[in-house]
Design a protein around this ligand. Structure first.
Ligand code: DGL
Length: 267
């Protein structure tokens, strides 16, 4: 692999653009190729087998584009498919998932009780519970699927009475009583971090995977001597199903305005 090769980043849709945004900010010399599988959004309601199949197909596409590293910028995909991808594509690229950096960031803090909110697919795998307890036995983990949040965010519903009511309903449940930290285990959720903070107040620390994943990308590229010295080409953004409204929504997730290319990898 060569340092000038791009970094592939994928998600079920455009939520992973929050991660892409952090990576392009932290590592401005890197070229990225983003793939949003909008034809199959949301992954949160899909079976593990379906998610694995989508992830393998997307990885083949990104490898054909010459990606030196692939960031699985979706918790549902990281939970269901990370190990399968590492096994299936052994030696062909470096994979980064969004679960491990988040777990690492939290266990260092020695909390007694943390909360995890995510899609149904992520919560059903039990991955956060398992990984957190492996690193910190005795930690109390309150996990909850919060399936209304992704469609709400995709529709641009922030900072209004509906989003506040949904957040309050989920986070106000007694499961989360006395938690010291909350993990936003979905790459869409950083967009409603201010509203979650407003509800939880100062006593609960909020963690998301954005900056910790960008840090992990830098660490691994440095370790493998694959950091690019200069970006030579523009970033590329693909979706598996295109609508104009998606393109407009990308601005909520990615600070610059971007052009989405439609790429039908499923036919
Ligand atoms: N961004 C995805 C994740 O992190 C959630 C969206 C979906 O359900 O497809 O889990």
């Amino acid at each position: 692999m060569k340092n000038i090769q791009p970094i592939g980043i994928f998600d079920s849709g455009i939520g992973g653009l929050t991660v892409a945004n952090a990576i392009t900010k932290h590592l401005p010399n890197e070229e990225i190729i983003y793939f949003g599988d909008t034809a199959h959004l949301p992954y949160g309601d899909k079976s593990v087998d379906a998610i694995r199949y989508y992830c393998i197909t997307i990885t083949k596409f990104l490898l054909e584009k010459g990606c030196k590293m692939i960031v699985i910028a979706c918790n549902s995909a990281s939970s269901a498919a990370s190990e399968v991808l590492i096994d299936f594509f052994k030696g062909q690229t470096i994979f980064v998932n969004v679960v491990d950096p988040l777990v690492e960031a939290v266990v260092g803090q020695q909390y007694d009780k943390v909360g995890v909110i995510a899609t149904k697919a992520t919560i059903n795998t039990g991955i956060y519970q398992r990984k957190l307890l492996e690193k910190q036995p005795g930690l109390t983990v309150a996990s909850m699927a919060t399936p209304l949040l992704v469609p709400m965010i995709e529709e641009g519903y922030f900072e209004n009475k509906i989003s506040r009511a949904i957040i309050e309903d989920y986070l106000g449940r007694s499961d989360f009583d006395n938690m010291e930290a909350l993990l936003l285990a979905c790459t869409h959720y950083p967009l409603i971090r201010p509203e979650i903070k407003a509800f939880l107040g100062e006593d609960v620390r909020i963690f998301d995977s954005i900056d910790v994943v960008a840090d992990q990308v830098r660490t691994l590229l440095t370790q493998y001597k694959l950091l690019n010295d200069k970006r030579r080409k523009p970033h590329q953004f693909y979706v598996s199903d295109y609508t104009r409204s998606f393109e407009e929504t990308t601005r909520i997730f990615y600070e610059e305005s971007i052009d989405l290319d439609h790429c039908a990898i499923w036919v």
